[in-house]
Design a protein around this ligand. Structure first.
Ligand SMILES: [Zn+2]
Length: 359
């Protein structure tokens, strides 16, 4: 903020650029105290994120001191975390997505949430999980104690971890009202159990429930690494770009030709644009198919008004729609397989696939 500017003139954009101006100060502070370059960068970024979130509530003269306090607290909680690592209890915390540094820092702040989440497990699940994760007891020996097979112990541990992740995330959202569908949906997502996800109609619930939508991100970001599926929320134009880039990146893993990558990205653009234009929002899921044939499948779901006449909507030039897309015929031409399911008043799901040309 320039000198002499009145304090109450801290505009939205003004406050953000003020925060950006803090970067050198924060960097100096953090890098003088944290030797690991990557960790220091994470802390600087996390400090900025928090400053942006707080910018409207901090008076201008407080911005710099507050940034320093924030960075110092983050460093302190990191040290506490390292101390805990030495006690080998970190393994419980590592059950959640450890790859995201920002999230990791946030999580470290709220250790109470771990305890609270553990409380929500059954006595048996909790004891087994603690014995395995904290005391390091192996599944074979646990199986002997519990009188079941090692496989059954492993399955129980997986279920417990999936529940723990959900309960942990819920514990960080105190006072939020849950519907009776939230936990079943979140458990199904956390466990990566697709059959169960269909049974509880998780996809629809995520479009309707803000809380689960939010929590699904950390839960699914874990999953997407293992099963090659990426989910992008579609709300605004920027999401179209993200969906297009993501589809291209995911498809590139199967070494599609450059032309095919462009084709796929364009089709994703078209259907994502429809979601933004004609509905309140939706999602695009990009999934790699490996067996029996290699390809990429894109599913776009929205909770829009639906398409009355799908056949007509797929004809070029069709334009008298209620919330259906101009881009559908174009996307259909670009992809190998294309299906639209629409329900009036409920929304539309477009599923399209591009196969990799082998040989
Ligand atoms: Zn919910």
């Amino acid at each position: 903020m320039s000198a002499g500017q009145p304090a109450d003139a801290l505009s939205e954009s003004g406050s953000q650029s003020d925060v950006a101006a803090l970067v050198p100060v924060i960097r100096r502070f953090v890098h003088s105290r944290v030797s690991n370059e990557a960790v220091a960068d994470d802390i600087v970024q996390e400090t900025l994120v928090r400053m942006l979130a707080a910018a409207g509530r901090v008076e201008p003269g407080m911005v710099e001191p507050y940034a320093i306090i924030t960075a110092r607290n983050l460093i302190a909680s990191m040290w506490k975390e390292q101390e805990r690592h030495r006690r080998n209890q970190h393994r419980i915390v590592d059950l959640r997505s450890p790859e995201s540094p920002d999230e990791g820092l946030l999580q470290q702040e709220d250790k109470g949430a771990v305890a609270e989440a553990l409380e929500r497990l059954s006595e048996r699940d909790r004891r087994t999980l603690m014995a395995h994760e904290v005391a390091g007891q192996d599944t074979q020996s646990l199986a002997g104690e519990l009188g079941v097979t090692a496989g059954a112990v492993a399955a129980q541990l997986n279920r417990s971890r999936a529940r723990l992740r959900v309960e942990y995330l819920l514990a960080l959202e105190p006072g939020t009202a849950l519907t009776d569908r939230c936990r079943p949906v979140l458990f199904a997502l956390s466990g990566g159990d697709r059959r169960r996800q269909r049974e509880v109609d998780a996809a629809r619930h995520l479009l309707e429930c803000d809380l689960c939508e939010k929590l699904s991100q950390p839960l699914l970001e874990r999953g997407q690494r293992s099963d090659g599926e990426v989910r992008i929320r579609i709300r605004a134009d920027a999401d179209i770009v993200l969906a297009r880039q993501t589809a291209r990146e995911v498809a590139a893993r199967l070494e599609f030709s450059r032309t095919d990558l462009t084709v796929i990205a364009t089709a994703v653009s078209e259907i994502a644009r429809n979601v933004v234009r004609f509905t309140d929002g939706g999602e695009v899921v990009v999934e790699l198919l490996e067996e029996p044939r290699r390809g990429v499948r894109i599913v776009a779901r929205d909770t829009g008004p639906g398409i009355a006449d799908v056949e007509a909507a797929l004809v070029d030039g069709y334009s008298t729609y209620h919330g259906l897309g101009l881009g559908l015929p174009g996307a259909r031409r670009l992809m190998d397989e294309f299906a639209v399911v629409s329900e009036m008043g409920r929304g539309t799901t477009v599923t399209m696939t591009k196969w990799r040309q082998e040989g």
